[in-house]
Design a protein around this ligand. Sequence first.
Ligand code: SF4
Length: 443
Amino acid sequence: MGESRKSFYITTLGCPKNTADSASIHQSLLEEGLKPSLSPEDSDFHFINSCTFIQSATEETIQTILTAGEIKKSRDQKLIVVGCFSQRYPDAIQQDMPEVDLLFGTGKYAEAGRILREHFPLDFGNQKEFNKEMLSKLSVSDIVENYSKPYSYVKISDGCNRGCAFCIIPSLRGKFKDSTEEDIITQTQRALVSGAKEICLVSQDTIYYNKSEEKLAELLKKISGMQGLEILRPLYLYPDKKTYRLLDYFPEIPKLAPYLESPLQHVSANVLKSMNRSGDFEFFKDLYNKARAVMPGLEIRTSFILGFPGEKAEDVDLILRFLEEVKPEKVNLFPYSPQEGTKGEHMKGKPADREIARRVNLVRELHLSNLETIHQERLGKTYDAIVDEKAEDGIWVVRRFQDAPEIDEIVFVESDSLKVGDIGKVLIDSYQEYDMTGTWVES
Ligand code: SF4
């Protein structure tokens, strides 16, 4: 392939699902004959895979587009905005953001190369010169932002049928649709061949895969047996009875991470009902207790939305009680802000923003005090861990199997001999607010 090959860079915002989508864009652009570049400044095509999940995500997307608009002034570059933000606001982008040369929404990631070729009749080089076998080895699904990460995201479905009242995702991503098993296995294989040791399965509603927790368990077992895989981490398990039953299979899945991400959003049955979600305090407590019982050492990530319309002081007290009794190790807190186009948009009874902020702080304080206890219990213990990256000379970012990439706690380890992707044991020596320092004790 000659010098005529155009280059691309993908800036990915938002959640790991977007990272998986960026991997599809990446693959499609490679197949179309483009080559990846290492920075937006060096690329002919700069893609922004956008997010609009909450207000702050929308603001970050807008800021990123404006910054990219400045970058493109210095060279002949095309700026392409894709994903949730362009799905939601295509007219506004077309009218108010002249720096954007092309946009397309969700569901077209795998066609990015074709779409580009249709809009920019440029010389992309001769596609036929590609050696397909080499391409499949090169096209790691996680070489989107960084070429040296030992984990990769694989998407097992898209869309969601649940219709939570605060959530815009179903109208952006559409109805739930499974990926085929063949696709999932191919993507996983590609990532493993390219050096990933951990696979995170992502989707909007993972437990809904094939509408059956047995089928999901079968898929997990199949992936768990694949050569090169060391850690398997299904993310986003909706806290319902299916997830409760799926836990029975956990001990049979050899490479499964001791981890449960099951966002509750609330624990008050009244608030959950207005959110159009299921569950209550007792069910969630049982669910989390069961997860810890079937897999000793497992840690839990959850999230709560504070200030949903109708939320009363006693509902917040229930969340506080839940944190006291169950102590999930990782907690995300969102102050509720109504999203245009959701069922919650016109609901009455939203607490004032200052009151919502107060509630968020109350819950955060309790979680931070829990975290102090959790950290104390981790001191002096050793954990299975993976080396994610070099922080600086002689200092490595290590992650326990109990922590998901890019979101959970990390452990800083001093060493002259580690390398990215090493798997071994880390001994926890100390901690700061969230992160820890430790010693690599065994490879
Ligand atoms: S389960 Fe609820 S919060 Fe999650 S994507 Fe579906 S509608 Fe949104």
